[in-house]
Ligand binder design. Structure first.
Ligand code: ARG
Length: 407
């Protein structure tokens, strides 16, 4: 293998999988680097101890396990809930949200270690490389980014040969899917899913039962919100991490959370994506509903545009851009009154809102009712309609006159 210029110390985001394991050896050989590995726990539910042992066995200088679950929930998932974040109306951004946090942690370790390089296992075709690189470059422009999988020209067979030669353990039961998971969801790609016509095989799913096999009886639950974030489940669980975990379990058991859509990747490729996001879909549904009772129609309609932009910025790796901060400021202002409770019904693949209440509710039953007791003065409607329809009427009348004249 040819050697490049030396990068003396590289901090590598290590998942414990084959690619990043091979990357350890490759960095040591090609860049003659000392490698420091970092595994960031964002709730991916893997055995972190085992991953650390594996890194150490591969001769890394140091391994850092970092528990970032709380920070992930507070600073990434909660803002996403407030922004009703769904990329292209479907994807709750689970993978995308974790990337800037992981990038930030890599930079923190690089600074602590005085490293001159940061490395990650992303390929050159996906979104994740962009999210990592943009954030790392924004926080640490002086550090060299090395993405071995983007640089090495090894195919799968060659990678396995390289692993054997370097005594890197190869997982016998390699999944046909490429999986990325954290508290906010599970992304499933590759294998049979690459054909957009093929229904995802049951084996692709781990967090959700098939709606056909979900319990026959619906389950009700209530989510409490304060300032736009969930703060209680059925009046119990309050801690954010626990709450999201509990929701993933209960909604997943009812077949809620499966997403299948074709998504536009940042690099311009259309890609068939499958996700399981039981907690995310349930909370977002509840949050959107609560906003409808609390916010004015003007706030709601303007916020929708902001939400789309927020989701796009997050998807596109622009978490650190000042515009994202400005959008957050708007969103946070709207969330001051988003307090209350939403009652959800989970049943065979659906999470439906069946009730809501808020101390800041703008809903007034006395106004809304069609009952004669209503305090809404119907006589004022006639004058209102006169003015409301004025521009439409004027335009239609003009069009008709012109048509008659044949113009
Ligand atoms: N399409 C999703 C995104 O861009 C998921 C990416 C999944 N990443 C992976 N390494 N499997 O956020």
């Amino acid at each position: 293998m040819n050697t490049n210029q030396r990068v003396s110390k590289v901090v590598l985001a290590y998942s414990g999988g084959l690619d990043t394991s091979v990357a350890i050896k490759w960095l040591q050989e090609k860049y003659r680097s000392e490698v420091v590995t970092v595994t960031i726990d964002v709730g991916q539910a893997e055995n972190l101890q085992e991953i650390g042992d594996k890194a150490n066995a591969l001769g890394v200088m140091k391994h850092y396990p970092i528990d970032a679950k709380k920070e992930f929930v507070q600073d990434y998932i909660f803002p996403a809930i407030r922004a009703n974040a769904l990329y292209q109306g479907k994807y709750p951004l689970s993978t995308a949200l974790a990337r800037p946090l992981i990038a930030k942690k890599l930079v923190e370790v690089a600074r602590m270690e005085g490293a001159d390089g940061i490395s990650h296992g992303c390929t050159g075709k996906g979104n994740d490389q962009i999210r990592f690189d943009v954030t790392i470059k924004a926080l640490a422009p002086d550090v060299k980014i090395i993405a071995p999988m983007r640089e090495w020209s090894m195919g799968r067979d060659e990678e396995v040969r390289y692993a054997r030669k370097n005594k890197i353990p190869i997982d016998a039961k390699k999944s046909i899917y490429s999986i990325d998971q954290n508290l906010w969801g599970r992304s499933i790609e590759c294998g049979p899913l690459e054909n957009p016509l093929t229904e995802p095989p049951e084996g692709a799913f781990e967090w959700t039962v098939s709606p056909e096999k979900a319990p026959e009886k619906p389950q009700y639950m209530t989510i409490q919100f304060e300032k736009g974030i969930p703060v209680g489940l059925d009046g119990g669980i309050k801690d954010g991490v626990q709450l999201i975990r509990a929701l993933n379990k209960v909604a997943g058991d009812h077949g809620v959370g499966r997403i299948d859509h074709v998504e536009d990747r940042i690099v311009g490729i259309k890609s068939r994506e499958v996700y399981e996001c039981p907690a995310a879909l349930t909370v977002l549904e509840a949050h959107k509903d609560l906003e409808k009772i609390v916010l004015t129609r003007h706030e709601l309609s303007f916020k929708r545009g902001i939400e789309d932009q927020w989701s796009f910025m997050t998807y596109a790796g622009l978490w650190a851009d000042p515009l994202k901060k400005a959008l957050d400021a708007f969103v946070n202002e709207t969330q001051k009154r988003v307090n209350g409770e939403v009652k959800m019904k989970l049943y065979r693949g659906s999470a439906v809102v069946v009730g809501r209440s808020s101390q800041y509710s703008l809903y007034d039953q006395n106004l809304a009712t069609y009952d004669v007791s209503s305090k809404f003065d119907q006589s004022s409607a006639t004058g209102f309609i006169e003015l409301w329809g004025l521009p439409t009427r004027a335009a239609c009348n003009l069009a008709e006159r012109l048509e008659k004249k044949g113009e």
